[in-house]
Ligand binder design. Structure first.
Ligand code: ADP
Ligand code: MG
Length: 394
């Protein structure tokens, strides 16, 4: 059943300008999707020649907290969205006073802060890892007493790709991690013994209609996403629950835009939400090659007030991230490998741990092979060593 119709603004006409806050690869791929729909993308970025700026119709160069830059940026665009979430509340309010902003500043406020995020989810009856706020030694000890060990101590804000967090197995390790991460506000999370990690990418239009991509399975190496398998190799009812959870989060947030929900699946098939990201997500890159409308197109459509097509995949897919110099050394070989679909983000320097691009391999729908077949299919791109939980399938 469709949700009740709401008064929605007219769709942005072709030729309009979509402002994107942030100049990285997510902005680049969003700008490319915007261009395909006849829009101009205008990027707010500190980097004149970054991944998004290279493909955009225009940029405003400046910091995300620079009031003059924020005003100049807003003046040049019709609507504002993000590929970078960490703009201050003051910056978001300033932008929202000047142009429509999607997703709303309130949603960004929730996703920026792990405690606000988990509180929001739990308030809506959505399970997360058990957690407790940590400010000092006493609250850390209290959190350990309640959650037990091992656990993960995380900064509540500005963490990404596993940065700003520490796994701790003993009170001594926890105290050392506190000394390292303090005085930032922290949260202790109980370690979830998951069978696999999955994510759901959901778009929601201004009219409340939702399009959601199939849940995918994610494998991390060294704290960074390494591989995404689409669809996730989980039982159908678990996949249906994950999709329902993604929709529930989008609705509870009254989202206009696109959102990724990262989840843990435990051995009983129970789902817990790890974190949410109200923007295109690395685990959705496969949709560029395997779906008629990618996550980036869905994002732009939702923000521009266009209808959202069904998010069906025409193929199964495996996406492998290309990280740092080691993976980029394989670029010539990747280009020469039939069946590998290469994506380069235009970053000049391949520093260790830096996301430089990704590669997608498509499989006929319904024929995603098991791990061994994947390794063969990826050829030179066999999964990274240290890939977590390689052998532990649900
Ligand atoms: N509570 C937890 N239990 C088990 N593993 C976790 C937990 N929190 C994080 N992880 C692992 O660390 C990865 C990164 O943590 P996440 O909270 O998603 O931070 P980031 O913002 O860096 O993506 C997760 O994808 C997961 O593999
Ligand atoms: Mg994460």
């Amino acid at each position: 059943m469709l949700p009740p119709a709401r008064l929605t603004p007219a769709p942005l006409p072709p030729g309009a300008t979509i402002g994107i806050v942030g100049g990285g690869q997510l902005g680049r791929m969003s700008a490319m999707a915007a261009a395909r729909l006849g829009y101009r993308a205008h990027i707010l970025t500190e980097e004149a020649d970054g991944p998004a700026a290279q493909v955009a119709a225009g940029i405003t160069r400046g910091g995300y907290e620079d009031e003059a830059a924020l005003r100049a940026f807003a003046a040049g665009v019709d609507v504002i969205t993000f590929e970078f979430e960490n703009v201050s509340a003051a910056g978001l309010d300033l932008l929202a006073g000047l142009r429509p902003v999607h997703p709303s500043p309130a949603i960004l406020g929730i996703s920026q802060d792990r405690i606000a995020e988990k509180s929001f989810l739990n308030r809506h009856g959505i399970a997360t890892a058990p957690w407790a706020p940590v400010e000092d030694r006493a609250s850390l000890d209290a959190a350990i007493a309640r959650l037990g060990l091992p656990a993960i101590l995380k900064t509540t804000r500005l963490g990404y790709d596993g940065r700003g967090q520490a796994r701790v197995a003993t009170p001594e390790e926890a105290h050392a991690a506190l000394a390292r991460l303090a005085p930032k506000p922290l949260v202790l999370e109980g370690l979830v013994d998951f069978a696999c990690e999955i994510s759901v990418v959901v778009a929601r239009g201004a009219d409340g209609r939702i399009a959601s991509f199939d849940p995918v399975e994610n494998r991390h190496a060294h704290g960074i996403l390494d591989l995404t398998f689409a669809p996730a190799r989980i039982p159908e009812d678990t996949a249906a629950q994950a999709t329902a959870l993604g929709r529930q989060v989008a609705e509870a947030l009254d989202l206009v835009g696109l959102l990724a929900v990262e989840m843990f699946v435990d051995r009983n098939g129970t789902l817990r939400v790890n974190e949410i990201a109200p923007r295109p997500h690395n685990s959705g890159h496969w949709t560029i090659d395997a779906c008629p409308a990618s996550q980036f197109e869905m994002h732009i459509r939702a923000v521009a007030g266009l209808p959202l097509p069904i998010a069906t995949r025409h193929s199964d897919a495996v996406m492998k991230n290309l990280i740092g110099p080691a993976d980029m050394a394989l670029w010539p070989e990747i280009l020469a490998s039939p069946g590998l679909i290469p994506h380069h983000y235009g970053k000049a320097e391949a520093r260790p741990g830096r996301k430089m691009g990704h590669v997608t391999r498509l499989f006929p729908r319904g024929s995603l092979p098991g791990d061994f077949g994947i390794a063969g299919a990826l050829g030179c791109l066999a999964p990274a060593e240290g890939c977590d939980r390689q052998d532990e399938r649900p």
